[in-house]
Design a protein around this ligand. Structure first.
Ligand SMILES: [Zn+2]
Length: 136
């Protein structure tokens, strides 16, 4: 009935097709595309897809598709973000053990998703160069 196979380059087009024509769905797909791309600090273009931005949030190095610069999440801010992850995992993990209730592990899931969301949205990217990882 509805074809949900979405090719990245035709994302906006496919969304419009799924929802049928209309101002609301156009607005929706515009917002989607805004959320999907993140700005490369080197060339200033909105080129980084959500998936790559997420990978940067778990300490992966990602290339900019346009200028080929190697990018990573700002290490200082990412360290703070991961401090929150560890704190949340420890807090809910210990609560689950001490209270002998797996409920606390269920509470961890939305907290973890919120942290992931904040990680992707708030941690800025930095450009890397071999031998100069702290380059501004
Ligand atoms: Zn770039």
């Amino acid at each position: 009935m509805i074809n949900l196979k979405i090719h990245p380059s035709s994302w906006r087009h496919t969304l419009a097709r799924i929802n049928g024509a209309g101002y609301h769905c156009l607005l929706f797909s515009e917002q989607q595309s805004d959320m999907k791309k993140y700005r490369c600090p080197k060339c200033g273009e909105d080129t980084i897809p959500l998936k790559a931005k997420y990978l940067a949030g778990i300490w992966q190095v990602i290339p900019c598709p346009v200028c080929k610069t190697r990018l990573c999440a700002n290490p200082i801010i990412l360290t703070l973000a991961w401090f929150c992850y560890v704190w949340a995992a420890a807090w809910f993990g210990f609560s689950a053990v001490l209270e002998e209730s797996l409920e606390y592990l269920l509470y961890l899931i939305p907290v973890w998703l919120i942290l992931d969301f904040l990680n992707v949205r708030l941690v800025p990217l930095s450009a890397m160069k071999p031998g100069h990882p702290e380059q501004p």
